[in-house]
Design a protein around this ligand. Structure first.
Ligand code: SF4
Ligand code: SF4
Length: 66
């Protein structure tokens, strides 16, 4: 079975710069109505962690889920 990942966003740390959204190869992330990052397609996440690495505010944590 394919691995699943959870993408957690700290909304208080996110400044809505959109870098993570631009870098995600699976289009998992979008900005919500408050201009904060939101994982809208978490089931598509491949766990590459590019979003985590690119975020200047350390607002993203990617974990392998059970
Ligand atoms: S870990 Fe990779 S696939 Fe998953 S949300 Fe981040 S950039 Fe997208
Ligand atoms: S890169 Fe970080 S600060 Fe920028 S939108 Fe994504 S989570 Fe928010």
């Amino acid at each position: 079975m394919a691995k699943r990942f959870s993408v957690k966003i700290s909304k208080s740390w996110c400044k809505g710069c959109g870098l993570c959204i631009g870098i995600c190869p699976k289009k998992v992330l979008e900005l919500d109505g408050q201009v904060k990052c939101e994982p809208v397609r978490p089931e598509d996440c491949i766990g590459c962690r590019q979003c985590e690495n690119v975020c200047p505010d350390f607002a993203i944590t990617v974990k392998e889920s059970e």
